[in-house]
Design a protein around this ligand. Sequence first.
Ligand code: UGA
Length: 437
Amino acid sequence: MSQMKQMSHLDHTPSTPGKFKMDKSPYYSRTRWHSSVAKLAIWSLLFIAVIFLFFYRSPPSSSNSDPSRRYLTSATWGGAAWEKRVRTSARIRSRNGFSVLVTGAAGFVGTHVSSALKHRGDGVLGLDNFNDYYDPALKRARQALLERSGVFIVEGDINDVALLKKLFEVVPFTHVMHLAAQAGVRYAMKNPGSYVHSNIAGFVSLLEVCKEANPQPAIVWASSSSVYGLNTKVPFSEKDRTDQPASLYAATKKAGEEIAHTYNHIYGLSLTGLRFFTVYGPWGRPDMAYFFFTKDILNGKTIPIFEAANHGNVARDFTYIDDIVKGCLGSLDTAEKSTGSGGKKKGPAQLRVFNLGNTSPVPVTDLVSILERLLKVKAKRNIMKLPRNGDVPYTHANISYAQKEFGYKPTTDLQAGLKKFVRWYLSYYGNKKAVAR
Ligand SMILES: O=C(O)[C@H]1O[C@H](OP(=O)(O)OP(=O)(O)OC[C@H]2O[C@@H](n3ccc(=O)[nH]c3=O)[C@H](O)[C@@H]2O)[C@H](O)[C@@H](O)[C@@H]1O
């Protein structure tokens, strides 16, 4: 363990607006035919305009089934002032420090990791597309927080190869902490395209740029405990099979692990995948159960609590954010250099996968009881059968590999961690009234 330190988004081609129908009657008059042609021309022009607008607003590879998702598209980058901000943010301020590109820096884990790296003297540059998978205002608040510590977040998508190349031209990053992803297990059924866009296409685009870079950076990236899928042997060990994912989300993370293997093998990129186990804490993700349970309990809304077969408990190895940050920093600190340069491998490079969990699974019903005590409000519980939505009944991490490699040792239990979360939640959202719809 070297310098590890403690701390803390159409096929929605608008069909002709409602009323235009082709009339195939043989008695159709010439006049009416002409007028139809004119109408057709007008509607066609409108149609083309709408298509144009759509493509103008969306990145080319982001087609997916959910028109409500929007990626940040009009961000501008480049220019002397912009480059100066990039350089300043990425400047190393400690001896043997790193210059780290953190993708997904306005995300939950990304914000915490960026802040921790900056505070110990590493140079940190963020990258985030600020999509609206969940409330972008929360991402902007995290951005403001990071700005105050001197971390600049470039607004852009990991699929934007030109932008990535530019960043590497401006800064010779020693490391990439790749946390940008489409997260969430259940949302994959609603918007599968966004998982392919971010977790597969985006990851490949990032690796393509990293492999060409000179020097090549070492890459640490977020995989997921969901890769263990339908496994029944617990605790989950990195040596276990990961070939039966229960959700498309899990499948894209598993694909990422295979893609990592390929880039390590062909180009000598040093790659470390981190299988996070249900990370929670202050500044967390509103799509996660602990977060929306808190909101719904406070609003007197009934919460659906899933149960396994035969009324069995559904449980998670909930892991507090500070413990995850320690795991991320430990991984960065023990990452070996990539061996290639300019797209050419010079020798074998490091390839690792670590579980980062808490090692003590807690039933979701217990999580709700803890929240009830902390919020001093009784939850309205609706116990229901685990829907076929990609959720798995149980997760439990074996962390001995991370322990051996960089002394990883989680120290915050669910009770203590939720206490910190609730304190943050109440101060961030003000009071019960503030969160009421
Ligand atoms: O460990 C991981 O790798 C994954 O952890 C979480 O996924 P998940 O564990 O499903 O977390 P939540 O969505 O917060 O669900 C927590 C628990 O609450 C349960 N739940 C969820 C929603 C609900 O309405 N009711 C309910 O009982 C789920 O079945 C699960 O057992 C994250 O959302 C994923 O992005 C991450 O990759």
